[in-house]
Design a protein. Structure first.
Length: 301
């Protein structure tokens, strides 16, 4: 059975995210270890780290992964921004490792000038530096497949494979696939044939041994739009069938499948942020699809 969960708030301290996961019925969890929109990160007190680890053990919410800051761009052409990004990503890996997280999910980066190949080399060189400086870190770095907006890299399976190859096939690097990003990057996972062809290509180019997590998001935008806009499960251009196929695909049976769908945004929800009713709906929608046979044809919305 896949481990279904969501990205949850760390408001009130990191252990509160585990409490929210338990209350929401999550089996897996994704968090930020710091503010996603700031470079600076507060120090993590030993007591908070210990409580977080204890709550994860008590609740058996696993795997737990983090997503890195949106400011980080290790493919940046500007040397100062790239250096700042490498240092920030290294710090986030340290935080994730200290918390005992299974993975740190990162968008590969954007080549703001130059070529795709030069950008991919910058990403690989930055990751090589980070990993070499932390030989004992146990948290994996997970490259997230992207929608391909602007000059974002990672929207083709070949991009992910190129970075991994440039790292000598390091076992410390894996991949996270996002259903919204797959569609908008041009992988038509809505149709039965498109689904089959997409994952056949992934297995051939990247390899299923590298796949460590899914982001389960419907899409507000259609196939090949290269626009990243998440929607609630079944309410967007993907519909339900791709999720049904993924959830019942034996190749993915042990993977965490994490929601990044829109949250309820009201003053009360921002104060409490304990159980988001929209998360509960999306989690229930996903679970209702497990153990159902995929239909022979999928309708696109």
């Amino acid at each position: 059975m896949p481990r279904i969960g969501a990205h949850l708030s760390i408001a009130g301290g990191l252990p509160r995210a585990v409490d929210r996961a338990e209350a929401s019925g999550c089996e897996a969890l994704q968090i930020f270890t710091k503010s996603a929109g700031q470079w600076r990160a507060r120090e993590l007190p030993d007591e908070e780290v210990a409580l977080f680890r204890r709550r994860v053990r008590q609740t058996r919410v696993r795997p737990v992964v983090a997503h890195n800051s949106y400011l980080i761009n290790v493919a940046a052409a500007d040397p100062a921004l790239r250096r700042k990004s490498i240092e920030a990503l290294g710090d986030e890996l340290d935080r994730a490792d200290r918390l005992g997280l299974d993975g740190l999910i990162m968008h590969p980066g954007s080549y703001t000038s130059g070529t795709e190949q030069q950008g991919l080399q910058l990403i690989a060189d930055g990751l090589a530096e980070i990993l070499a400086a932390r030989p004992d870190a146990e948290t994996m770095i997970l490259l997230e497949h992207t929608a391909g907006q602007g000059t974002n890299l990672g929207h083709r399976f070949e991009h992910l494979a190129a970075v991994i190859d440039r790292l000598g096939g390091s076992p410390r690097v894996g991949v996270c696939l996002d259903t919204c990003h797959l569609l908008t990057a041009g992988y038509d996972i809505c149709s039965e044939e498109g689904y089959r062809d997409t994952f056949s290509a992934f297995g051939r180019i990247v390899g299923f041994s590298r796949l460590k997590a899914f982001h389960m998001n419907d899409s507000k935008k259609p196939c090949a739009s290269r626009v990243d806009r998440h929607e609630h499960i079944g309410r967007g251009c993907l519909g339900l069938e791709p999720f049904r196929r993924i959830l019942n695909d034996k190749r993915f049976a042990k993977l965490p499948m994490l929601l990044e769908t829109p949250k309820l945004d009201t003053p009360e929800s921002r104060r409490r942020s304990d159980i988001d009713p929209l998360d509960k709906i999306n989690l229930a929608t996903l679970r209702a699809l497990i153990d159902q046979s995929p239909k022979t044809s999928a309708s696109k919305r």
